[in-house]
Design a protein around this ligand. Structure first.
Ligand code: CA
Length: 532
């Protein structure tokens, strides 16, 4: 989520210190591939007799594995392998739960966690390296990794081993531009197609009383996330690390485009086009400003934005729709906010597991078509049925779930473990306004225009350099960012040059070079995997 982006670098540093993709000299499990322990099953089941395995899966405030989850009962029916959870849902501090779990003896058979947690545990000898098991017993996972070498490049630990199977998404869009269509109509304005037109629409919202109450109370652009990166992209400017198509890594907040973007947006802010409280209003910005009929435009998640159209029952004519990203200063139409394909979580097999072969087959079930469908849609006959066109049809019990379809499915087992969320299932549970927006960004490929900075793994030495440089540089950049945007310090050639000089002192060159070397290693690993 965007509000965490500023701190993502620091977090990545802490999580990834001991990860390094692309190291040669792969070793695995003393050179022997484990053999099946139990007789194989029939009718596609993994074992002849039921087998119970323990699992640690904890998602903090989102809940933890419990033995009654419908998804895993269904998987038991299909595989003959039943899971028993070990995590306590009553403690919402999942990191603490994970660390306590690591001291348990024996370890749970299956361990779920973040990339960094699982790789660290693997390096420490707590997890099975999975490559040979996958090669021999997991055709679905094997195919996934062979088809896209970037997956292993992002997930492998510094010893070159893969210790976990990642959770993944299929659709990249996450957030987009939303606007009051009824205000555009009322003022006789078109949907803005360029950054200049977007500016002019916000100005009209400010000056021409689109809510019709005779007061200049409109807040043209607002955002519940701390930051303005959604608007910066209109000036081809960004927040964090970027990579050029030919592989050169740079920090976006040292670039002239950033200086130009900040100068423009500081003016927008001064002119009242951007919420005066954008840095402090917080999560309830949409409820407040749309509910009060004063908010005009934002940039936010499709799924939640679409639901605000229910306000049309209180505000006559209220219509809140996604629009394509306005073309940036170079005429490029693109969206910089995208979801990563890897959610950052996954699961693997602990060293105390006595059935590693049976277990990898079970993990492979979740990467089969049946497993991915179970994860995405739920249980056949309850959560979905088959339509005449051969596609799953989401049942009313999901669509009309009291809180939300997502919460309903999560309670049934849809947590971020090693499988792939199907985009059609996500679209099926969105309301029409959300789905239209999401599909607009998906079908037009807006999120695919900018080169993506992949998830990187750092060596111990690189981790040390990041500890010395990252938080100093990022904290200073954040402070200046806010000063310039709010106008408490002017942004001119002198202050900009002083900023660059101060970043030199704080070690920006070493900071960037570290990302460059990690990226180079990643790119080489992808290239090498692609040759296999
Ligand atoms: Ca007004």
């Amino acid at each position: 989520m965007k509000m965490t982006k500023i701190f993502a670098v620091v977090t990545a540093m802490v999580l990834a210190v001991s990860m390094l993709a692309g190291c040669n000299g792969r070793t695995s499990n003393g050179g022997t591939v484990p053999k099946p322990v139990l007789p194989e099953g029939t009718n596609g089941k993994i074992t002849k007799d039921p087998l119970e395995l323990t699992i640690f899966l904890h998602m903090g405030g989102l809940g933890a594995f419990n033995d009654d989850m419908a998804y895993f009962k269904e998987a038991f029916d299909k595989t003959n392998i039943k899971l028993h959870g070990t995590a306590s849902a009553s403690n919402v501090d999942r990191t603490q739960e994970f660390n306590v779990m690591l001291t348990s003896d024996p370890l749970p058979d299956i361990v779920h966690g973040t990339n960094g947690e699982l790789n660290n545990a693997g390096i420490d000898g707590a997890m099975f390296p999975l490559d040979d098991l996958i090669e021999k017993y997991a055709p679905n996972i094997k195919k996934l990794l062979a088809d896209d070498p970037t997956i292993k490049a992002s997930c492998a630990a510094w010893d070159g081993n893969l210790y976990f199977i990642p959770n993944m998404f299929t659709g990249l869009p996450s957030e987009g531009f939303y606007i009051r269509q009824d205000w555009l109509d009322k003022l006789g304005l078109e949907v803005p197609k360029t950054v200049q037109e977007y500016h002019d629409v916000l100005k009209a919202f400010l000056d021409r009383d689109p809510n019709g109450n005779g007061r200049k109370d409109e807040v043209p652009y607002f955002c519940r996330f701390t930051g303005i990166d959604a608007l910066l992209q209109l000036f081809d400017a960004y927040y964090g690390f970027q990579v050029t198509p030919d592989g050169k890594v740079y920090h976006a907040r040292t670039q002239p485009q950033y200086k130009n973007g900040m100068q423009n947006l500081a003016q927008w802010y001064k002119d009242g086009l951007i919420d005066k409280e954008i840095f402090s209003r917080g999560q309830k910005a949409r409820e407040q400003l749309l509910g009060d009929n004063v908010g005009g435009a934002t940039h936010d998640w499709f799924s939640s934005c679409g639901s605000f159209n229910k306000l049309s029952s209180q505000i006559p004519g209220f219509k809140w729709v996604a629009i394509p990203p306005p073309a940036d200063v170079n005429g490029v139409v693109k969206e910089s906010a995208t979801r990563k394909r890897l959610s950052g979580y996954g699961w693997g097999i602990s060293r105390d597991n006595k059935y590693p072969v049976e277990t990898i087959k079970y993990l492979d079930f979740w990467m089969s078509d049946a497993g991915k469908r179970l994860f995405s849609y739920g249980v056949e006959g309850v959560d979905y049925t088959w339509g005449a066109d051969g596609n799953p049809v989401v049942a009313d019990v999901v669509k009309n779930a009291p809180e939300s379809p997502t919460k309903y499915l999560r309670a049934r087992g849809q947590h971020e473990f090693g499988t792939i969320m199907q985009i059609d299932a996500e679209l099926a549970i969105m309301n029409n306004y959300a789905r239209e927006g999401y599909k607009m960004y998906l079908d037009n490929g807006y999120c695919e225009v900018l080169p993506k900075m992949p998830v990187l793994s750092f060596t111990e030495e690189e981790g040390r350099v990041l500890k010395e440089t990252a938080s100093g540089c990022e904290t200073y950049m954040n402070e200046q960012h806010q000063k310039w945007f709010m106008g408490t310090e002017p942004l001119n050639d002198d202050t900009w040059n002083a900023y660059l000089a101060q970043l030199q002192t704080l070690g920006i060159d070493r900071y960037v070079a570290t990302y460059q070397s990690a990226y180079d290693r990643y790119a080489a690993f992808v290239k090498e995997q692609g040759k296999k």
